[in-house]
Design a protein around this ligand. Structure first.
Ligand code: ADP
Length: 405
């Protein structure tokens, strides 16, 4: 591990260490500057997204216990850019006296989808019907109960839809069943009913070690080929009761699991087959700033990145209210233009109200390399929301080279 610059805490303000140098760590840097905090990032490489903007970014792997311990010893508190730090590394950190937020006991529910399903079911929170399967017979028994197709998930290590397989017959799972006992399938496969959801939502909350908690408005997330492409805050035409239930559910999960920092609860909106009332099921949890909360940088009084820093330091939390009636965030995926600067300049001139956030990542097809945000409109005017969505879509498409005008 090499330390490019000496680590200096400013005037007694704490040093927050982030394991992982991705765009989430990068987007913590502007609020860290404004809060007078010092960030330190354990980065995969000197050119990792966060390493480009955080002066103290030693290079090391999150799987390398010695590197992680040396990194953590220089930090007052340690948090995460992703959920892939192995259990044994987390245990070594705790044994070494590192202050971890979230704690490994909470984090396991974001690392392991089987652990998450078990715990949420114990707590009586609404989940898709699910089962743990190690054999073909167990797959067939669950299918007999809920019907085909099934959604199979690798309990550990999946992201952006990787590690999720929609299966129409048990044969679709032959390869996965052969891998049971290893890697992400060490405890078997998580099977879920295929939920006939009407749309996907996310409830974002933050909780501090002393138990203060806040919630942002529930958002709608739009996925394309398993990847989130658009987020609308707040979710349009959301039933009031469902919004309240979803926020209460997310706050309850944060409290019961002892989450510290930001918690994103990904949800399916479903129609209750009896009364037709909309309801939610929990899809999965993330215990860090999340793509469904990027809108909050420009659209909320306190962004998820600022809030995460405040929460892990047990500082009083900031106001999560939205600044505008609507905020729309569009993800920019790697596309045609390896050189983004000319396109970026064009967008600035075309739409002065648009905010473009780029992550300093190399352009590769399908990779999340940035996002755009627009806000405004009127609450009871769907046309004003449609216009914002169009502006965000155009900007993201233009950056990706999907449109040229
Ligand atoms: P990842 O960890 O890769 O983000 P998710 O569990 O969030 O995986 O699944 C990715 C996407 O697959 C979801 O956003 C949703 O569109 C779809 N999906 C996941 N689980 C189900 C399910 N039980 N029923 C229907 N669709 C699902």
């Amino acid at each position: 591990m090499s330390s490019p610059t000496p680590l200096r805490a400013d005037g007694g303000f704490p040093v927050v260490g982030i394991i992982g140098g991705g765009q989430l760590a990068r987007m913590c840097q502007p609020p860290a500057v404004n809060l007078s905090l010092t960030l330190s990032v354990l980065a995969e490489s000197p050119t990792a997204s966060a390493a480009l903007v955080v002066p103290h970014s030693p290079v090391g792997e999150h799987t390398d216990t010695e590197a992680v311990l040396a990194f953590a010893r220089e930090c007052d508190v340690v948090t995460f850019d992703h959920e892939h730090v192995p259990t044994e590394v987390l245990a070594a950190l705790e044994a070494d006296g590192a202050v971890l937020h979230p704690s490994p006991r909470a984090l396991v529910h974001a690392q392991d989808k089987l652990a998450m399903r078990r715990r949420l079911t114990e707590l009586g929170l609404p989940c898709p019907r699910w089962a743990q399967a190690r054999t073909r017979a167990e797959v067939e028994a669950f299918a007999a109960e809920v019907g085909w197709p099934l959604v199979a998930k690798a309990p550990r290590g999946g992201y952006d839809g990787k590690g999720v397989l929609v299966c129409r017959t048990a044969d679709d799972l032959t390869g996965w069943l052969a891998g049971v006992g290893e890697g992400g399938l060490v405890d078997g496969i998580l099977l879920e009913e295929a939920v006939p959801f009407t749309r996907e939502l996310a409830a974002l909350v933050a909780r501090s070690p002393s138990g203060q908690a806040v919630a942002w408005p529930v958002v709608e997330t739009v996925q394309t080929d398993g990847v989130c492409t658009e987020v609308i805050a707040p979710a349009p035409e959301l039933d009031d009761e469902l919004a309240r239930d979803a926020v209460q559910g997310a706050l309850r999960i944060a409290g019961e699991l002892g989450v510290t920092g930001v918690l994103a609860v990904e949800l399916f909106e479903v129609r209750d087959p009896e009364g037709g009332r909309p309801a939610y099921l929990v899809n999965e949890l993330a215990m860090r700033p999340h793509n469904s909360g990027h809108w909050s940088i420009d659209g909320a009084v306190t962004s998820q990145f600022e809030q995460h820093l405040r929460a892990v330091l047990d500082l009083p939390l900031g106001d999560p209210s939205a600044r505008d009636p609507w905020t729309v965030m569009g993800n920019v995926l790697g596309g045609e233009h390896p050189d983004l600067y000319p396109t970026y300049r064009h967008l600035m001139a075309r739409d002065p109200g648009l905010k473009v956030h780029l992550y300093g990542k190399g352009v590769r097809a399908g990779r999340k390399i940035g996002h755009v945000t627009v806000g405004g409109g009127q609450e009871d005017d769907p046309a004003s929301l449609a216009a914002l969505r169009e502006r965000a879509r155009h900007a993201a498409d233009y950056l990706q080279g999907v449109v040229t005008e």
